[in-house]
Write a protein that binds this ligand. Structure first.
Ligand code: GLC
Ligand code: GLC
Length: 806
């Protein structure tokens, strides 16, 4: 069943029923100021860091769900309703929510009053615009009361939800005609405030939640709205809110545009107050006056649209499969921007209060995102490398506001350092910018420790080489990519974190997955060394890679598939010898991607994936799932069978299998796995899948779960990057290379018409992929036959017309 449809020409998903199985959200904002917004207007807004600078309040785990947000109440003589349906849930005559690129529009109608509510954040502003066009579609005069509602968060989102003994005393606001200012803690140590403004005269306001709602009432029955009378409450402690009351008279067919602005401002410390000891509002007033002009708002919206056109246009495909076009041209790339911006911090499942910018996660996001905004990835790479230690180990996360490594989580995830090599390599392949390797970057953000980025990569490689276990395979540490495979943890303490608890000192557990990573990214490092005049280093690391391959072939192969690991006692994990968890997906994907083992071993590994792990929605992480807790394996066996790392379809590693298939030239098998969980292909089962049909979720419950097929944790997942890489670089096969662009399509049989437009290093490529048995494998470039896959960029040529025959 569907709850809406894709509108590709507008690049939107149009939700036609407000009661989606879970809140279906979108992201507003791009440059440090963000809003999460659901199909009913739920969600919240923050500046830079969803924990430390939360502007509006969101209540987690609330019932009913999603009753925190930006709400508008409309009232005519008969009814009260919300254009987004919630919180009143008054039946609407019409409802649509369009989630587009950086904006959402809720269009609805009740009693011949139609509203279109557009939400967006202009590029480079700390300002959320809510523009309401309200129209009287009847033939009689209408008198409408409009109430706005938003609830302030007292900045630190964790403190806000826990420290009531203090917080109920400190809430402060200022009211200045149509603008309500939130200034809790501004008096002393904060230099920032927020405001909520409306561009029309108001006939009342409220800023105290208890007064607005009335005793023991919810947002579905606020006393002020029900009695149609604002109370001019001024919050003093308690829960500060902002609500305006407007009266709107509309003649038949008349429409009015009302603009609400939700903004964030920082003042210099010396300039915080005006002469009356109130907030110095100069910056807010400037913003308000700029956007009191409707043409400025229109312009800002056009700019946003253009920005997205330009960003998405770097890679566009036109094929005979509409769903594929939709994924590649719009939704893959759109989700990538959100994952890149927010890492795994703020979604409806990541509360924004815990995780900062993840090292491993962000590095992988870069792999997919780098072509879209290379300058942003460059900055991110430097930030990430700055939380690395001199021995190559890294903090696992950093806080976006301070950019300092997060000591609560610490280090010890032994795959982390190699992801820096992967991401830097992807950046160089996209941009050709080797100068990045010369940029001086500190270790652990300490002044005076700066060394060229190249040395950070070298430290990463050295880290693996200096942390090898009894079989010559990399030590796993706290965990590798699989956060829940905690082989040195042995946790018996309820509630203890499997990732951060003290590892047992005897732990010598090894990871076949990291071995695969080392071979794959080690080779890319060697490629970089060769182009960076480090021949000796290249030769040395090459020899180490050969050794790692040998160790993996000798100790990492389990007869019919690659082993997953050795535990702290040297026992096999992910082996046919095990009763549960016999086969894991990660090493099958990564070792084939790293080209370890013979072709027949690789084919055998994928055949085993097909036999044991494949289900209707992709491939499961392991088989059979653990039914009891294995203390020597850690968190993985703590999840019920079929969920999360214990045997769900963990979407993130499905594309590794897709890529592995393309490397063995198995186009249909590759595409078959891709389409089992690519959002556009499974829109029809939204009632089973439950999360947004336009983006990937982290997991889909596996066969052994009760709710087989139900997805969880949408939006912020490395799936966004890897599925896009699998499709754009390996199936469609347009792949950045150190020296140019490689054209290497592995095309499934249902595709017979493909044209790809790719902007690459200031050149425009138009690549036609044509099915022709007689010319299969050959290529022409600008009319001439060409016998290699790699097109080396010639700076004097700006346009490449390529025909690739498959
Ligand atoms: C989560 C984490 C990611 C990890 C994965 C598997 O998605 O963000 O870092 O690799 O889980 O455990
Ligand atoms: C849990 C999750 C895993 C996630 C980790 C983050 O272990 O299962 O997916 O990466 O938490 O700390």
């Amino acid at each position: 069943m569907k709850y809406g449809h894709f509108d590709d020409s507008n690049k939107e998903y149009v939700i036609s029923h407000p009661m989606t199985p879970t809140p279906w959200i979108n992201y507003l904002g791009n440059h440090g100021f963000y809003g999460l917004i659901s199909q009913i207007g739920g969600g919240y807004t923050f500046y830079e860091d969803a924990k430390l600078r939360r502007i509006t309040r969101y209540r987690y785990n609330q019932i009913p769900t999603d009753y925190s947000g930006r709400f508008y109440y409309l009232r005519d003589e008969q009814d009260i309703w919300n254009p987004g349906f919630l919180p009143m849930k008054t039946k609407l005559d019409d409802y649509k929510c369009r989630h587009g690129m950086g904006y959402s529009i809720i269009e609805s109608k009740k009693n011949d009053v139609s509203t279109s509510l557009k939400f967006f954040i202009p590029l480079d502003e700390y300002l959320e615009i809510h523009q309401m066009v309200i129209k009287n579609e009847s033939d009689v005069d209408k008198k409408i009361d409009l109430y706005s509602y938003t609830e302030w968060n007292l900045w630190n989102a964790v403190d806000d939800q826990t420290n009531f003994q203090r917080n109920l005393n400190i809430g402060e606001v200022e009211i200045d005609s149509q603008t309500i200012y939130h200034k809790t803690e501004y008096r002393e140590r904060r230099n920032h405030y927020a405001f909520y403004h409306v561009n029309q005269d108001i006939c009342g306001y409220d800023t105290d939640r208890a007064t607005f709602l009335g005793l023991y009432r919810g947002l579905h029955e606020p006393e002020v709205v029900l009695n149609n009378k604002s109370k001019q409450s001024v919050a003093s402690g308690g829960s500060p809110i902002a609500s305006h009351h407007l009266q709107i008279n509309l003649k038949p067919n008349e429409e009015k545009t009302i603009v609400f602005l939700l903004g964030y401002v920082e003042n210099d410390d010396v300039d915080k107050f005006d002469e009356l000891n109130q907030i110095n509002k100069i910056h807010a007033k400037k913003l308000i006056s700029k956007y009191s002009d409707l043409t400025k708002i229109e312009q800002a919206f056009r700019d946003l649209k253009e920005y997205w056109e330009k960003t998405l246009n770097k890679y566009q495909v036109d094929s005979n499969d509409d769903k594929l076009n939709r994924m590649v041209n719009i939704w893959h790339q759109y989700q990538l921007m959100a994952t890149f911006n927010l890492s795994r911090s703020a979604s409806y499942y990541e509360s924004g209060t815990g995780r900062g910018i993840g090292f491993r996660d962000s590095c992988q996001d870069i792999l997919g995102f780098v072509h879209m905004v290379p300058e942003k990835t460059k900055e991110r790479l430097i930030d990430l490398a700055s939380i690395q230690f001199k021995d190559g180990s890294t903090y696992h996360q950093y806080q976006p506001l301070t950019k300092m490594g997060n000591a609560d989580i610490g280090t010890g995830f032994n795959d982390d350092p190699l992801w820096l090599v992967a991401a830097t390599s992807a950046y160089i392949k996209e941009t050709g910018d080797y100068d990045i390797l010369n940029i001086k970057v500190p270790f652990n953000n300490e002044k005076g420790t700066e060394e060229p980025l190249f040395n950070h990569l070298k430290a990463s490689i050295r880290f693996t080489l200096s942390h090898l276990g009894p079989h010559g395979l990399p030590l796993i540490g706290r965990a590798d990519w699989n956060d829940c495979l905690n082989l040195n943890c042995f946790s018996e303490e309820p509630g203890e974190s499997f990732q951060t608890s003290e590892n047992k000192s005897f732990g010598r557990a090894e990871s076949v997955f990291i071995a695969g990573m080392f071979v794959k990214y080690g080779l890319e490092y060697v490629d970089i060394c060769k182009r960076y005049q480090k021949e000796d280093e290249a030769a040395y690391v090459n020899a180490e890679i050969e050794k790692m391959k040998t160790h993996t072939k000798t100790f990492g192969w389990d007869d019919k598939w690659f082993l997953r690991a050795y535990d702290a006692f040297g026992h096999k994990v992910g082996s046919n010898e095990n009763q549960e968890g016999k086969i894991y997906v990660e090493p099958q994907g990564f070792c084939v991607m790293a080209d370890i083992g013979s072709k027949s071993q690789q084919e055998q590994a994928l055949a085993s994936v097909d036999q044991y792990l494949k289900n209707d929605y992709g491939v499961e992480l392991l088989y059979p799932p653990y039914t009891k807790y294995h203390i020597e394996l850690g968190e993985i066996s703590s999840y019920p069978p079929g969920y999360k790392e214990n045997g769900s379809v963990f979407n993130h590693n499905n594309p590794w299998i897709v890529i592995a298939y393309t490397m063995l030239d198995k186009a249909n098998e590759a595409f078959d796995i891709y389409k089992r969980n690519a959002p556009a292909y499974i829109e029809d089962i939204s009632d089973i899948h439950k999360t947004e049909p336009y983006v990937y979720s982290q997991t889909i419950a596996g066969r052994s779960a009760k709710n087989y097929g139900e997805a969880k944790n949408s939006w912020l997942t490395g799936t966004a990057a890897w599925t896009y890489i699998a499709m754009s670089q390996h199936i469609l096969g347009i792949r950045p290379h150190f020296d140019g662009l490689e054209i290497d399509p592995v095309i499934p049989s249902h595709l017979d018409h493909i044209v790809i437009k790719r902007q690459f290093r200031n050149c425009n490529f138009e690549i036609k992929i044509i099915r022709d048995e007689t010319k299969k494998g050959s290529m022409t470039v600008n009319g001439k036959t060409y016998d290699r896959k790699l097109i080396v960029i010639d700076k004097s040529i700006k346009r490449y017309d390529v025909i690739a025959y498959v």
